[in-house]
Design a protein around this ligand. Structure first.
Ligand code: SAH
Length: 416
C-alpha cells in the first residue's frame, strides 16, 4: 500500500448535522426535473447557516423530500445535488457505489487500448463539481468546490479501493485556490497518495502513446474529451497534408499521422505544448505510419499564422480547428461567435478543393445549433458551401445529464 499524504488526515470530518432547505417555485421545478444545481436565490427557507460540505436535504414547498446535496455557502450554486427522489445516506459507501457505476460506464475503453480517460465527469456521474481523470495508473482528482473537502478522504478511499492507483494527484480549481486558508493545507498539484511526481505521466489512447503533464498542463494535462473526434480524423487522413490548429500536445496530429497523413503541421501558441507534441511523436515512432509522416511545428497566434499561410499560398487537404473556449462568460458570447466565424473563413481559405474541415467548439455558452449554423453561413459566404460528413458531441466518458453540462460539438465537412 503506497503512502497517503499527511494533509489527508488533516481534513475535517463531514458534519453530522444536515441542513433542511425549502425551495422557491422555479428552483423546485428544476430540481424535480432532475437538475443538479440549486442557486442561492432559489432557496426560500433554510433551518440553519451551514458550512462547506454539509449535507443539505431539499424539500418542496409542501415539505416533501426532493433531493439531497452538498452545501457550499461561498458559491452562487448553493447546493449541488448528489441524489434526487428518495432519502439517501451520503457516506463512503455511497461514493464507492457511484464510482463503480462510473467505471462500469467506461468499461469498453480499456479494451480499445485506452487507459487515459475521464473516470468521473462531475454532476453527470453523481459527483457534482468533482472530476477524476485517469492516466494509466495516475489518477487526478480535480475539485471545483470546497464542499468536497470534508468528503475527500471518503472519495479517496473509494477510489483506491476500486482502482488500485499507483498515485492520486489533487488539482484545485482557480476559484478555490483564491483562498488557501480554506484548504486545510491542501494545495494544487499535491500528491494525495503514492510516490512524488516529477514530469509528465504516460498513457494510451486508442493504442497511441501520449504524455500528460498532470501538474502543469492545461485541464488535467490532456484534452481527453476529443478522443472520438481524433479517431474520426484518423479515418479521413490517409494521403493528406494536414494542418492542426490549436494543436496543444498534438493529439489530433498523431491520429492524422497514424491514419496515413503524409505531412502534419501542428500550430499552437504554447511552446511547452509544442515541445510535448514533439515528444508524443517520438513516443510513437514504433508505428510505421507515424514514423513516415513529416511533422512540423508552427508556434504563434493562430489567427495571424493562418492569415500568413493563406497569403503565402499554402494549401492543405485537411484543416482541424479546435480552439480554446472563447466564451467563459455571457458577455463574451458575441466575441466568441465572431472568432469562430473568422476561424472558419481562415480554415476554408487554407483548404484545397475537396478538402476536409474539422471544426470544434468547447464553449458551453455557444450552443450546438448556433455553432453549426455559423459554420455553414460562413462557408456559403466564401462561396464554398460545406457538405457535412458528420456532427459529433460528447464521448462516453463525458456523459451529459443537464443542459449546462453540454459544451463540446464538432463538425466534419467536405469543402468544395
Ligand atoms: N486540440 C487540442 C486541444 C486544444 S486546447 C487537443 O486535441 O489536445 C486549445 C489550445 O489553443 C491550447 O493548446 C492553447 O495553447 C492554444 N491557444 C490558445 N489561444 C491561441 C492562439 N491565439 N493561437 C494559437 N494557439 C492558441
Amino acid at each position: 500500500m503506497s503512502s497517503t499524504s499527511p494533509a489527508v488526515s488533516g481534513l475535517p470530518e463531514p458534519s453530522n448535522q444536515r441542513i433542511a432547505i425549502r425551495l422557491a417555485a422555479p428552483a423546485e421545478r428544476a430540481v424535480k426535473g432532475g437538475h443538479p444545481w440549486v442557486f442561492a436565490d432559489g432557496i426560500q427557507q433554510q433551518n440553519r447557516a451551514g458550512s462547506a460540505g454539509d449535507i443539505a436535504v431539499i424539500f418542496d414547498r409542501k415539505g416533501r423530500f426532493l433531493a439531497v446535496g452538498l452545501y457550499d455557502p461561498d458559491s452562487p450554486i448553493r447546493v449541488r445535488v448528489l441524489h434526487h427522489g428518495s432519502p439517501a445516506k451520503i457516506d463512503g459507501q455511497w461514493f464507492a457505489h457511484r464510482l463503480a457505476e462510473a467505471a462500469e460506464r467506461r468499461a469498453s475503453l480499456e479494451a480499445a487500448g485506452t487507459n487515459g480517460y475521464r473516470l468521473v465527469h462531475g454532476e453527470n456521474d453523481g459527483f457534482p463539481a468533482l472530476i477524476v481523470d485517469k492516466y494509466g495508473l495516475t489518477y487526478v482528482i480535480k475539485l471545483y468546490s470546497a464542499a468536497w473537502l470534508p468528503h475527500l478522504r471518503s472519495v479517496l478511499q473509494a477510489l483506491t479501493g476500486q482502482e488500485q492507483p499507483e498515485r492520486v494527484v489533487l488539482r484545485i480549481s482557480r476559484g478555490m485556490s483564491r483562498d488557501p486558508s480554506q484548504l486545510y493545507g491542501l494545495s494544487d498539484g499535491m500528491v494525495l497518495q503514492g510516490p512524488p511526481l516529477q514530469g509528465p505521466v504516460h498513457f494510451l489512447e486508442n493504442g497511441l502513446r501520449f504524455e500528460s503533464d498532470v501538474l502543469l498542463g492545461q485541464k488535467t494535462g490532456f484534452f481527453l474529451d476529443q478522443r472520438d473526434n481524433r479517431a474520426e480524423v484518423e479515418k479521413l487522413a490517409a494521403g493528406r497534408n494536414v494542418l492542426n490548429v490549436f494543436s496543444y500536445t498534438g493529439g489530433f496530429s498523431l491520429y492524422a499521422a497514424r491514419g496515413g497523413a503524409l505531412e502534419v503541421t501542428s500550430l499552437d501558441a504554447s511552446k511547452p505544448a509544442q515541445a510535448a507534441a514533439q515528444r508524443n511523436f517520438a513516443l510513437n515512432q514504433g508505428n510505421a505510419a507515424v514514423a513516415a509522416a513529416v511533422h512540423q511545428l508552427l508556434t504563434g497566434d493562430a489567427f495571424e499564422l493562418m492569415n500568413q499561410l493563406a497569403e503565402e499560398g499554402a494549401r492543405f487537404q485537411m484543416v482541424i480547428i479546435d480552439p480554446p473556449s472563447f466564451a467563459k462568460k455571457k458577455s463574451e458570447i458575441d466575441r466568441a461567435i465572431a472568432s469562430y466565424r473568422r476561424l472558419v473563413r481562415l480554415g476554408i481559405d487554407l483548404l484545397q478543393r475537396g478538402g476536409t474541415l474539422v471544426m470544434a467548439s468547447c464553449s458551453s455558452r455557444v450552443d450546438a445549433d448556433t455553432f453549426f449554423d455559423l459554420i455553414h453561413t460562413e462557408a456559403r459566404a466564401c462561396g464554398r458551401p460545406i457538405q457535412e460528413i458528420k456532427r459529433t458531441s460528447h464521448a462516453l466518458d463525458h456523459p451529459i445529464t443537464f443542459p449546462e453540462g453540454r459544451y463540446l460539438k464538432c463538425l466534419f465537412g467536405r469543402v468544395p
